[in-house]
Write a protein that binds this ligand. Structure first.
Ligand code: SAM
Ligand code: SF4
Length: 345
C-alpha cells in the first residue's frame, strides 16, 4: 500500500479535563423544563415554560450526548423538569443505549419524580438502565400534595414498585425541609430499606426565585438530619460511592445505606466530575455559577460535530473551581436565577 491509499489514522478525541485537572466523566442532561409537579422548593406555582422550538430535538440531544461520550463521559443522567413527560423520550434512551452496548458508556440513568414510572419502568430496564433516582420527600399523601402542589403520592409509589419489579435499583432522594418533612426522616429511611433501596437526603439550594417561603425558612443543614436519624439508627461511615456527590453511611439496624448531599455545609467541588446541559443546549460548567456555553448554535450550524466539539472544549477550559452558596437572612437573592428544573438535578 503506498502513502496515498493509506487511510490516515484518526486520533481518538482527547478526554475532557478542566484547568484544575478534574476529568469530566459525568454529564447530566435536562430534556425538558416542563414538569407535572410544582414542588414548592423547585418551582413557582405559575411557571412560564420555554417555547418548544427552543428545545433541542431528540436527535440533537442524542448528538450532544454522543459527543460527550466520545470525549470520555462514562455516566449520563437524563433529568429535567420531569424527563418522563418529554414526548417520545424513550426514543432517546433507546438510541443512547447503543453506547452501553459498545462499552463506551458505563451508566445511563435518570432522575424522576416517579409519576410516569409505572408506564416506563420496563422499557427503561430494557434500554440498559440499571439504577434510577426517584424524588420522594414525604410518605404522607396530604403533605405530598402540599409539597408538590399537583402530585399524587399513590401514583409515585406505584411507579417505585413498578421500577423495583422491573429489576431497577432505586435510590430515593428527599430534600430536607425545615418544618416540611423533618418528622419523616426516620420513616423514609425505614420505607426505603425495607424495599432494598438507598435513601438520600439533600440540602435545599438557593436556585431560582420562588413565590412561596423564603429559602432560609426551608433550609435545614445536613448535620440536623443526621442528628434526627441518630435517634433511631447507628450510622457508620462507608466507602460506597456512585460517582455523584452523595456520601454514604450504613444504618446498622437495617443494613441499608443512607446518603447525604451537602452542597451548603460541605462543598464537594474539589472532586467535581460533572457538567450539566439544559434542554436548550446550554452547558453549565457548575450548578452554582452563571457562566455557561451555548451548544445549540454549533449543533444547528453544521451537521458534523466539529463546531460542537470546539464549543465543548472551550467551555471546559472555563469550568470554575467551585460554587459558594449562601442561605441566610442577609442574602435574600438566589445564588443563580435559574430554577433547578432548568439545570436539572
Ligand atoms: N423532576 C425530577 C425529580 O424531581 O426527580 C428531576 C428533576 S428535579 C429538578 C431533580 C432533583 O432536584 C429532585 O430530587 C429535587 O428534589 C431536587 N431539587 C429541586 N430544587 C431543589 C433545590 N432548590 N435545592 C435542592 N434540591 C432541589
Ligand atoms: Fe418537577 Fe422535579 Fe422540580 Fe418537583 S423537583 S417541580 S418534580 S422538576
Amino acid at each position: 500500500m503506498n502513502a496515498h491509499t493509506q487511510t490516515p489514522a484518526i486520533a481518538a478525541p482527547a478526554p475532557l479535563v478542566d484547568p484544575f485537572g478534574r476529568a469530566v466523566s459525568y454529564v447530566r442532561v435536562s430534556v425538558t423544563d416542563r414538569c407535572d409537579f410544582r414542588c414548592v422548593y423547585c418551582m413557582s406555582e405559575h411557571m412560564t415554560f420555554l417555547p418548544r422550538k427552543d428545545l433541542l430535538t431528540l436527535e440533537e440531544l442524542d448528538r450532544l450526548c454522543t459527543a460527550f461520550v466520545s470525549r470520555g463521559t462514562k455516566k449520563l443522567r437524563i433529568t429535567g423538569g420531569e424527563p418522563l413527560v418529554r414526548h417520545d423520550v424513550m426514543k432517546l434512551f433507546r438510541a443512547l443505549s447503543r453506547h452501553l452496548a459498545s462499552g463506551e458508556l458505563e451508566e445511563l440513568t435518570l432522575t424522576t419524580n416517579g409519576s410516569q414510572l409505572a408506564r416506563f419502568a420496563g422499557e427503561l430496564a430494557d434500554c440498559g438502565v440499571k439504577r434510577i433516582n426517584v424524588s420522594l420527600d414525604t410518605l404522607d399523601p396530604d403533605r405530598f400534595k402540599a409539597l408538590t402542589r399537583t402530585g399524587d403520592l399513590a401514583r409515585v409509589l406505584a411507579g417505585v414498585d413498578a421500577a423495583l419489579k422491573a429489576g431497577l435499583k432505586v435510590k430515593l432522594n428527599a430534600v430536607a425541609l425545615k418544618g416540611g418533612n423533618e418528622d419523616e426522616f426516620i420513616p423514609l429511611v425505614r420505607f426505603a430499606h425495607e424495599r432494598g433501596m438507598d435513601m438520600t437526603f439533600i440540602e435545599v439550594m438557593p436556585l431560582g426565585e420562588l413565590e412561596g417561603p423564603a429559602r432560609v425558612d426551608q433550609y435545614l443543614p445536613m448535620t440536623e438530619v443526621r442528628e434526627k436519624l441518630a435517634q433511631a439508627f447507628t450510622l457508620t461511615e462507608i466507602d460506597y460511592r456512585t460517582g455523584g456527590p452523595a456520601r454514604y453511611m450504613r444504618a446498622e439496624e437495617t443494613g441499608g445505606r443512607v446518603g447525604f448531599i451537602t452542597p451548603m455545609t460541605h462543598n464537594f467541588c474539589e472532586s467535581c466530575n460533572r457538567v450539566r446541559v439544559t434542554c436548550t443546549g446550554t452547558l453549565y460548567m457548575c450548578l452554582g455559577q452563571e457562566d455557561a456555553a451555548d451548544l445549540r448554535a454549533p449543533l444547528r450550524e453544521s451537521a458534523d460535530d466539529q463546531l460542537l466539539h470546539a464549543a465543548i472544549e472551550e467551555a471546559i477550559r472555563r469550568k470554575p473551581k467551585g460554587h459558594d452558596f449562601i442561605i441566610d437572612r442577609a442574602t435574600q437573592a438566589p445564588a443563580v436565577s435559574r430554577h433547578m428544573s432548568m439545570t436539572g438535578g
